[in-house]
Design a protein around this ligand. Structure first.
Ligand SMILES: *Cc1c(COP(=O)(O)O)cnc(C)c1O
Length: 382
């Protein structure tokens, strides 16, 4: 079946008792047992719930994977992945990771003796020597990255990972399984913040992993139960609902973002536009090869003074000034003062994130309304 059909039907069989077309919300903490220790598949919601299973079936089917495991948040899923391996392991990570992931790695997991080495994985020339030197166990990356939308060649990295027996983890939150399927490109584990495009409506925090390795999946289910990384049944139900329009939404996000990136490129006050779909994007070739379309995230540098940049941001009316991404509504974010505020000056400079940088999560509104909104904000600072 094609992904358009799977998002509607996988894990969404009509309920048996009354034939409800939409599976109900199993809003229960516990399940009655037929006899001591004899239950009907579920005993306690921290360990499992039909709404978890429904969403897991759908997520696994989208990537033709053997298993998916849902979590309370993207960061919960990420923490669980590393906690399911012994501490003291070494991880080579892409240097441009989601800020919360870096905080989890550097401020929490390092205390448990996990070792992280950051590298620019656009360039693989030093990767093999780094792997040998560090005796690493994992490679961890995101593509597209946040907020500069670098594209990492997943297949190329996976060949190196396989050669040295490393586990490759790809955080596929920005692309979603509609645009990019890391398992098919050689990744071992895919992680998601379902908060973003998978749910798509900015009303739930959730996470998931997808893998073909059943052993890893069952370790992760164990951890979810043992640590309490479980989501709520209602949140899973909402994500299952949001998922049904993923292909429609991703098409529209990509179409709008493409138009907006072209519009921004034509603006005098815009010094630079970062969008993987633009021919002048440094990784456009890789993006064309591994993605179905280029997604809804666009970043750009506004060549203006601080007060003008602030005025631009507060003049937007359709774009909402807020963190996060992947919802139907368009958001604008100022990485230096918002999502990346916890990075040091040096880290910001190394990552190429300046005060001038603005990140858009382009929603599915009409493109002309979004462009008009940007136009009126440009006029205010002209
Ligand atoms: C948001 C995000 C996360 C964290 O997910 P939460 O659901 O907020 O915990 C991890 N990775 C990426 C790329 C994200 O955008």
């Amino acid at each position: 079946m094609a992904i358009n059909t799977k998002v509607i039907h996988s894990g969404q069989k009509p309920e048996k008792q009354f034939g409800a077309v939409i599976p109900p919300i199993y809003q229960t903490s516990t399940f009655s047992q037929l006899a001591p220790g004899v239950h009907q598949g579920y005993d306690y919601t921290r360990a499992g719930n039909p709404n978890f299973t429904n969403l897991e079936q759908a997520l696994a089917s989208l990537e033709m994977a053997k298993a998916a495991v849902v979590f309370s948040s993207g960061l919960g899923a990420i923490a669980a992945v590393l906690m399911s391996f012994p501490a003291e392991i070494k991880i080579i990570a892409e240097k441009d990771l989601y800020g919360g992931t870096k905080r989890l790695f550097n401020e929490v997991l390092k205390r448990f003796n996990y070792k992280f080495d950051y590298a620019d994985l656009q360039n693989t020339s030093n990767l093999e020597s780094l792997i040998k030197k560090q005796k690493a166990k994992f490679i961890w990356l995101e593509s597209p990255t946040n907020p500069l939308l670098k594209i990492i060649d997943i297949k190329k990295i996976s060949v190196i990972a396989k050669k040295y027996g490393l586990i490759l983890v790809v955080d596929n939150t920005f692309a979603s399984p509609y645009l990019q399927q890391p398992l098919a490109l050689g990744a071992d584990i895919v992680v998601y913040s379902t908060t973003k495009y998978l749910n798509g409506h900015s009303d739930v925090i959730g996470g998931a992993i997808v893998t073909n390795n059943q052993k890893i999946a069952s370790q992760l289910r164990f951890l979810r139960k043992a640590v309490g990384f479980n989501p709520s049944p209602f949140d899973c139900w909402l994500i299952s609902r949001g998922l049904k329009t993923l292909p429609l939404r991703m098409k529209k996000h990509s179409e709008n973002a493409c138009k907006i990136s072209e519009f921004l490129g034509s603006q005098q006050m815009v010094a630079r536009v970062y969008y993987p779909g633009l021919k002048n994007h440094k990784n456009n070739q890789v993006a064309q090869k591994q993605m179905k379309d280029f997604g809804g995230m666009v970043s750009f540098e506004l060549n203006a003074k601080k007060i003008q940049i602030n005025k631009f941001l507060s003049s937007l009316k359709v774009f909402i000034l807020a963190e996060s991404l992947g919802g139907v509504e368009s958001l604008v974010c100022h990485p230096v003062t918002m999502t990346h505020a916890s990075l040091s000056k040096k880290e910001l400079q190394e990552s190429g994130i300046s005060y001038k940088l603005i990140r858009l999560s382009v929603g599915i509104e009409d493109a002309s309304d979004l462009i008009n909104d940007l136009k009126q904000a440009f006029r205010k600072i002209a």
